[in-house]
Design a protein around this ligand. Structure first.
Ligand SMILES: Cc1ncc(COP(=O)(O)O)c(C=O)c1O
Length: 922
């Protein structure tokens, strides 16, 4: 590896890397730079300065190129030679080819990208093309990392050994990449998203050959301290670090001593296969391909394709199956033409003929679910074909019984509240911190959850508290400190079940930065922690200092609580709208489970699954869940890092643009998360003066982190309210936005977005900003003061967000209890009898009189303004002055459960009195 100009290269790269969540994008950025310089070298300008620029850019790239097969040593040597020889045209052409191929990813399919000679057809004798052809003959391309001991001079022949093993019948094609040390292997895993397999040969060195400060910063962030201490052989610790970084990689270990002990060792568990010496290259080659096949195979989709290809006569329901009624139709033939024949060939209402049953999976759906559990890091998974709305209801019904208490953020998606009604459990609502200035809630902090649990303990009700329900991340991107939340709650209630609604956050599993903040990532960490002898010692000290958990001890609220490792049960459920952040069809959702007591609830879970699942689940949705899993296991790392990087760049473009930022702003973590939840002081991504290490520290320690891909775009200063701005973007710019608030819209970036999308949005904002400037400049004083008044009303005159008030005493087991749970189901069903209900209009003065003097106004319904979509009122809740004030200021058109013409639907005081008199909870 070259050590050319490390200081210079290191210095420049260091600043820039801290701006990058995606190391591979930093590399592509540098190729773009080199392309610009090489182009300029062809024309006028100062050739000496430009030449120096090209030399510097190449020096920066050189260490990074060691980690990638493309462009590889052959093309890199050609680039150096052309630069040396002053062949500006040849240099520019080759750099443009490489840079273009890297940006488009075309080197994976197009042999010409590997050729230095522009006339060449790509069939070079010394470098085999990566993949052959397009269409059905195409073979997916990937790269295998070989971490080799020994002299660098042997690497070319090592590469050739594996290239020579390629066979016509191989389903995939790979290029080997060789590095020689622990550190370089870690860097390669970070920089090279084509890597799918790693072959670690024992005897490797530790230190990277590069002394770049930027690369050292990355290593400091990603290699845990002490991971190699006490080790002579570095193979197993390296595998452990790689597994943390990219759990999807297939790891192979080659050793020449004590193979049996190594293969059986605990920490070799993540290694796919151990080999004795490199003397079996064909075995290694086949194992590598087998590992890819394991991830590539989509058991359900593959069977569905087979099914579609068979000449099947159908004598069951579903006339669209096989499509004959469509393709022969006089009137709806266009349906067939639009959707294509395969959709109909792949439709069936049977669960035979290679198709499994979602309700009782024993075949390929079961296999597909097992693979999804592996990909998402759980013990088991369940496909759900009608959205996370249904996943949530299944989990509530499976785990809760009537009368159980469930602690829940009131700002959770409505499916949870309805799920609780169905289960007959009693919600104990806890409020998230408000972001009044943006008319939205943040997320639920740990302290109020602990307060609620301690209050339940004080009242002797902890045994009824079964589950905590939280959203992670929230619609607006608040990511919880999942591990700490669970750790502290388990210290008070060791068998509490956690339901993390990760409807928006499934993709985070595939980011090494965000994984630790997912339900499954945190559950895995807690499992390891509870088994760790060092943790036992920590716990013993904690217990000696604080004693048993005493609910009256207020100090516990400010203490980071530790659970008893002998008592604790790790029981974690995650629901995830795969369709929201990955490539599943709409409504494709998944439940992922890491519950060590699942055996105790399995039967109930099955019943709940039966309750909510259609007996005619959509086959295409099931297949798409299988495919989304395949994609994420094979290219999730690349896609997710790119999406995160793009989001960070969009934020920077908006907030750094002199004109746009006068009227619009991408709210930063510093603005979206109050200081008290950001102890690290982290306030924005890639802030000047802060390192990547600082970001990682914030991710590890802060109570909340803001998901960069969820951009709250503040539009109040441009004089637009959220709904107005949303329709303006849709009608004038063909830009679709999801959620709005009084003065913001939510821009979501996902794996589907590109830099062109970024350009489209930024251009729209620039056009709008220019139009505002013009209007204000030409409109005179009246225009300017009207604009200022509109901005003030949107930005300053924001309504307070009403907290959950209380359940009416009629729905409380014990009206004097200090804990706030209530029997919502009883209120819900009381309203089924119209005789129990009355109506009062929002602006009727009688409302104010009743609020002031009583009798209490009690909601009969869920009232859910959409957006934002959380219930302002739930059945049985007492309506307060704050609720009324909020509703009167609310400017959204769609309020579920509220008919403006009739007003609030209320439970009559007589009905409430009768309910109280009747007693009984349910
Ligand atoms: C937090 C949360 N959970 C669950 C859901 C429901 O998911 P689905 O649309 O997949 O039914 C949503 C929908 O927006 C949501 O925001």
């Amino acid at each position: 590896m070259t050590k050319a100009a490390p200081e210079r290269a290191g210095h420049r790269v260091a600043g820039a890397f801290s701006q990058f969540f995606c190391a591979a994008e930093a590399r592509v950025d540098r190729w773009r730079d080199l392309n610009r310089v090489a182009k300029a070298l062809q024309g006028a300008g100062d050739p000496r300065a430009l030449r120096q620029g090209a030399i510097d850019a190449l020096a920066e790239l050189a260490p990074l190129e060691e980690f990638n097969a493309y462009p590889g040593p052959h093309l890199m040597a050609q680039i150096h030679d052309r630069l040396q020889a002053g062949d500006a045209t040849g240099l520019a052409r080759l750099v443009a080819t490489v840079s273009g191929a890297l940006m488009a990813g075309s080197y994976r399919d197009d042999a010409r990208a590997w050729s230095a000679d522009e006339e060449d057809d790509g069939a070079l004798p010394d470098i085999l093309p990566p993949s052959l052809g397009r269409g059905p003959s195409r073979r997916p391309y990937f790269e295998m990392l070989i971490v080799a001991a020994g002299d660098r001079a042997t690497w070319p022949s090592l590469r050739d050994t594996f290239r020579r093993l390629r066979r016509e019948e191989d389903a995939f094609v790979y290029e080997p990449v060789v590095v020689g040390s622990f550190e370089d292997a870690v860097l390669a895993a970070l920089f090279n998203f084509n890597l799918q397999s790693v072959l670690v040969v024992e005897g490797l060195a530790y230190d990277s050959q590069s002394s770049s400060a930027a690369l050292r910063e990355l290593l400091a962030v990603h290699v845990p301290q002490g991971v190699t201490s006490g080790r002579v052989d570095l193979g197993v610790p390296l595998c452990r670090v790689l597994r943390q970084l990219r759990p999807e990689l297939d790891l192979f270990l080659v050793t020449d001593h004590d193979i049996a002990a190594l293969a059986g060792a605990d920490d070799a568990g993540g290694v796919r296969r151990v080999f004795y010496g490199v003397e079996e290259p064909m075995e290694i080659h086949l194992s590598v391909l087998d590992g890819i096949k394991d991830r590539y195979e989509t058991p359900y989709f593959d069977n569905l394709k087979n099914y579609a290809a068979r000449p099947i006569g159908t004598f069951h329901a579903l006339p669209v199956a096989r499509g004959k009624s469509i393709f022969k139709s006089n009137w709806i033939r266009d349906m067939g033409e639009f959707y294509g024949v395969n959709l109909f060939l792949a439709e069936s209402s049977a669960t035979t003929g290679g198709l499994d049953s979602l309700l009782e999976p024993t075949g390929n759906i079961k296999l597909a679910q097992d693979k999804a559990a592996r990909a998402f890091g759980g013990d088991r998974s369940f496909f759900v074909t009608n959205g996370t709305s249904t996943s949530n209801k299944i989990i509530h019904q499976a785990l809760l019984r009537p009368g159980d208490i469930v602690l829940i953020d009131r700002d959770c998606h409505k499916s949870h509240h309805y799920g609780i009604v169905l289960a007959g459990a009693q919600p104990l609502y806890i409020d998230a911190f408000p972001l009044t200035q943006y008319s939205m809630y943040g997320s639920l902090a740990i302290r109020p959850i602990k307060e609620a649990l301690l209050a339940l303990k004080a009242e002797g009700k902890l045994d009824r508290a079964k589950m905590l329900v939280l959203t992670n991340c929230t619609f607006d991107g608040h990511v919880a400190n999942v591990e700490r939340t669970m750790q502290e709650c388990l210290a008070i209630k060791p068998d509490l079940i956690f339901l993390w609604d990760e409807a928006w956050f499934g993709y985070a599993r595939f980011s090494p930065f965000l994984r630790g903040r997912t339900a499954m990532g945190a559950a895995a960490k807690l499992r390891v922690m509870m088994r760790d002898p060092a943790y036992r010692e920590r716990y013993a000290k904690f217990k000696a200092e604080h004693g048993e958990i005493d609910p009256k001890n207020r100090k516990l609220l400010d203490t980071c609580l530790l659970p008893d490792p002998d008592q604790v049960r790790i029981r974690v459920y995650e629901s995830d709208s795969v369709h929201k952040s990955m490539s599943a069809l709409r409504q494709g959702s998944i439940i992922v489970v890491a519950d060590q007591d699942f055996g105790r609830v399995e039967a109930a879970f099955k019943e709940a699954f039966f309750t909510h699942t259609s007996t005619s689940p959509n086959l295409q949705i099931i297949a798409s869940l299988d495919l989304a899993r395949r994609q994420m296991e094979l290219e999730g790392y690349e896609l997710v890092q790119r999406a995160i990087q793009l989001a960070v760049e969009i934020r920077r473009e908006i907030n750094g643009h002199p004109l746009i930022s006068k009227y619009f702003r991408a709210a930063t973590p510093g603005e979206m998360i109050p200081n008290e939840y950001r102890r690290s002081g982290f306030a924005d991504y890639g802030e000047t003066g802060r390192t990547l290490g600082d970001t990682v520290e914030a991710l590890r320690e802060d109570e909340f982190f803001l998901d960069p891909t969820r951009i709250t775009l503040l539009c109040g200063h441009a004089g637009y309210d959220g709904s107005q701005f949303k329709s303006l973007l849709a009608t004038d710019y063909d830009i679709q936005i999801n959620k709005t608030s009084r003065n913001s819209v939510l821009v979501q970036i996902n794996i589907n977005n590109t830099k062109s999308d970024m350009a489209h949005l930024v251009k729209a904002l620039a056009d709008l900003s220019r139009a505002i400037e013009k209007r204000l400049a030409e409109g005179g004083e009246s225009e300017r003061s009207a604009f200022a008044a509109r901005v003030k009303s949107l930005v300053e005159d924001v309504p307070d967000l009403p907290n959950f008030s209380r359940f009416h005493d009629a729905f409380r087991d014990d009206a004097k209890s200090a804990t706030a749970e209530g029997d919502m189901r009883a209120a819900y069903y009381l309203a089924y009898d119209p005789a129990n209900c009355e109506y009062l209009k929002l602006h009727d003065p009688a409302i104010d009189a009743r609020v002031a003097k009583g009798p209490a106004l009690v909601s009969a319904k869920f009232v859910i303004p959409y957006p934002p979509g959380f219930p302002i009122l739930v059945p049985g809740q007492v309506i307060t002055r704050e609720t009324i004030a909020f509703m009167r200021k609310l400017d959204v058109k769609e309020i579920h459960g509220f008919n403006a013409a009739r007003g609030f639907e209320l439970l009559k005081p007589e009905a409430l009195a009768a309910k109280r008199g009747a007693g009984g909870r349910r």
